[in-house]
Design a protein around this ligand. Structure first.
Ligand SMILES: C[S@@+](CC[C@H](N)C(=O)[O-])C[C@H]1O[C@@H](n2cnc3c(N)ncnc32)[C@H](O)[C@@H]1O
Length: 245
C-alpha cells in the first residue's frame, strides 16, 4: 500500500508550522485520512482537542490505531455535516479540502464551525501543470488522468473568490515547493505508483503490448528520479489561510 505519510513527509512540518496550534486550541482536521496531521495538532493542543473528519471509514480505522486522549474522529462529509457553530479555533487540512462538489458551500460550512476570529490553514495543490508528479507520471503511461478534483483550488484567484464568498476575510497564499517521496528505489516506487487508482485505470484501457510499453516507460521515469537515496518528484502547493469575521 502507498505510504502517504512517507510521500508527504516534507509537507508535514509545513502545515504544522503554518497552523501554529496553541495549547488550548480546539482544532478541526478536514479530510484527516490516516490522522498524522491530527496527531501533530493534538500534540500542540495539549490542553485542547482535535476532531479529525473523513468520509472514508477505512482511513479512519487506520487513524484510530494510534489513539490520543484529546483526539476524536468522525465519519462525515465535512462539506455538509452540521458542526456545532463556533466550536473550533482552527481548521486545518493537508490536501483534504479540494474534493468538494460545492466549494463555496463547503467552505461556508467550515467557516460556521469556527469561532469569530478563528483561522483556516490548509494545504492544497497548485495547478496540475505546476506539479511534476501530476504531469510526468500520466505522461509516462501515455495518457491523461481524468480526475482533476485534486487541483480545484490550484488557482490563487479562484480560491480567493471561493473563500471570500464563503465568508472568510484576508485569505493569504504562500507558495511551497517540496519533494514528494515515492519509495526507496525505482522498483518499489513503480509498485507504489501501480497501486494507485488512476494509473491502474489508464493501464487497464491499454492492450497488453501497449501496457507493457507503458510499464517500461514508467520504470524509466522513476529510475530517472531515483536519487540513490530515494525516488522523488517535485511538487507545488499553497498554504492557504483565512480568518472568520
Ligand atoms: C489526499 S487525502 C489526505 C489525507 C490526510 N489529510 C493526510 O494528509 O494524510 C484526502 C482525504 O480527504 C478525504 N475527503 C475527501 N472529501 C471529503 C469530504 N467531503 N469530507 C471529509 N473528508 C473528505 C478523503 O477520504 C481522504 O482521506
Amino acid at each position: 500500500m502507498f505510504d502517504y505519510d512517507a510521500e508527504m513527509r516534507f509537507y508535514r512540518e509545513r502545515l504544522r508550522a503554518a497552523s501554529a496550534v496553541r495549547a488550548e486550541d480546539r482544532v478541526l482536521d478536514v479530510g484527516c485520512g490516516g490522522g498524522q496531521t491530527t496527531r501533530d495538532a493534538a500534540a500542540d493542543a495539549e490542553r485542547g482537542s482535535v476532531l479529525g473528519v473523513d468520509v472514508s471509514e477505512r482511513m479512519l480505522e487506520h487513524a484510530r490505531r494510534q489513539p490520543m486522549p484529546n483526539v476524536d474522529y468522525l465519519l462525515a462529509d465535512a462539506a455538509t455535516y452540521t458542526f456545532e457553530p463556533g466550536s473550533f479555533d482552527v481548521c486545518i487540512s493537508r490536501f483534504g479540502v479540494m474534493f468538494f462538489d460545492d466549494l463555496v458551500g463547503a467552505f461556508t460550512n467550515l467557516r460556521r464551525a469556527l469561532r469569530s476570529g478563528g483561522r483556516l490553514v490548509v494545504l492544497v495543490w497548485q495547478r496540475r501543470e505546476e506539479n511534476e508528479w501530476a504531469r510526468v507520471i500520466p505522461e509516462a503511461i501515455g495518457g491523461t488522468f481524468r480526475d482533476e478534483s485534486a487541483f480545484t483550488l490550484g488557482s490563487e484567484d479562484v480560491t480567493r473568490d471561493i473563500l471570500t464568498s464563503a465568508g472568510f476575510i484576508d485569505p493569504t497564499f504562500t507558495a511551497v515547493h517540496e519533494l514528494l517521496y515515492y519509495g526507496p528505489d525505482a522498483e518499489t516506487a513503480c509498485a507504489n505508483v501501480l497501486a494507485l487508482r488512476e494509473p491502474q485505470a489508464l493501464l487497464a484501457e491499454l492492450d497488453p503490448a501497449a501496457a507493457a510499453q507503458a510499464h517500461g516507460a514508467l520504470r524509466e521515469v522513476l529510475a530517472a528520479h531515483d536519487t540513490g537515496s530515494g525516488v522523488y518528484f517535485e511538487s507545488a502547493a499553497w498554504i492557504v489561510t483565512g480568518v472568520t469575521p
